[in-house]
Design a binder for this molecule. Structure first.
Ligand SMILES: Nc1ncnc2c1ncn2[C@@H]1O[C@H](COP(=O)(O)OP(=O)(O)OP(=O)(O)O)[C@@H](O)[C@H]1O
Length: 269
């Protein structure tokens, strides 16, 4: 089915990225509809982060093309950047500043008009349940509060599309639920399209309207959690993952990837 372009938030056309002889993402054709939460799943090294880096214009593709919020990642990276937010696994808020000060810094970067800044920051803090922590140093925040602040930083300019790389990695169950709640509210309140990566099958089922399971740089399966369960002939999302991505998640074991995931978990834990 062909969707009208206004209903499409992200579209890729044979998007490919290689690192030397290693093809991390191979001729990816992906469509994310406006106003949905889309989950990219897959074992370590499947190409999820590389996909996000290309879509956020941080990494040029080796070949292929993509549009994000109607703008080409190849010819209009500024147009893309103005319309997106990105919460990576790596970048953290500055622990030596308060939540408010962190947001003020981003408000300047995003060119939020000076007279609107304080109001926008306070609204965003309230939205993320951080009003009471407004003037506290971020180094005193819990892992869940840091993650919510990072989401607040990424949505300060009210992006059309938000990219989240493993948003709840390293969080305890209560903090994870809080993040899910805020992300759903973000979609309901602002209509923000969300593309996230996760290894957490419960997260994918609970949060995502549609899911793509990547394996070795290609999409092995795509659909809603219910559709994927039906196709795999199981009620368990873990079994769905194994069915489409394979039993072993060490197809491309990589010190860099494991080390990065551990550092993120440690940072938030
Ligand atoms: N900067 C880089 N230089 C060389 N190889 C890279 C680089 N970034 C990614 N890769 C390789 O590309 C492949 C895909 O990596 P990517 O980080 O996209 O996977 P991922 O699905 O996000 O994994 P994870 O779940 O561990 O975050 C891996 O084989 C990885 O080693």
């Amino acid at each position: 089915m062909q969707l009208p372009t206004t209903d499409i938030a992200i579209q890729t056309d044979r998007l490919t990225r290689s690192f030397g002889s290693n093809v991390a993402v191979r001729e990816l054709n992906l469509t994310v509809r406006s106003g949905e939460i889309f989950g990219l799943l897959g074992p370590n090294g499947a190409g999820k982060t590389t996909t996000i880096k290309m879509l956020t214009t941080m990494l040029p593709p080796s070949s292929g093309a993509a549009t994000v919020a109607g703008h080409s990642i190849l010819c209009d990276s500024i147009g893309v950047r103005k319309r997106i937010g990105y919460v990576s696994q790596m970048i953290s808020a500055d622990g030596a500043l308060t939540g408010f000060e962190n947001l003020l810094l981003f408000a300047r970067i995003y060119n939020v008009p000076r007279r609107k800044r304080t109001q926008r920051i306070d609204e965003t803090l309230a939205f993320m349940g951080l009003t009471e922590a407004r003037d506290k140093l971020v180094c005193t925040y819990s892992g869940g509060m840091i993650r919510r602040l990072e989401i607040a930083l990424s949505m300060l300019h009210r992006p059309e599309v938000l990219f989240l790389d493993e948003p709840t990695i390293g969080l305890d169950p209560a903090a994870r639920l809080q993040v899910w709640k805020r992300l759903k509210e973000l979609l309901e309140t602002f209509g923000t399209t969300i593309l996230l990566t996760t290894h957490d099958m419960e997260e994918a089922e609970e949060l995502c309207d549609r899911i793509a399971i990547m394996k070795e740089g290609v999409i092995a399966a795509e659909g809603s959690a219910e559709e994927l369960k039906q196709r795999a002939g199981t009620e368990s999302m873990n079994q769905v993952f194994i069915h489409f991505a394979g039993e072993f998640s060490d197809s491309k074991p990589n010190f860099r990837d494991i080390n990065r995931a551990r550092r993120t978990a440690k940072r938030l834990g």
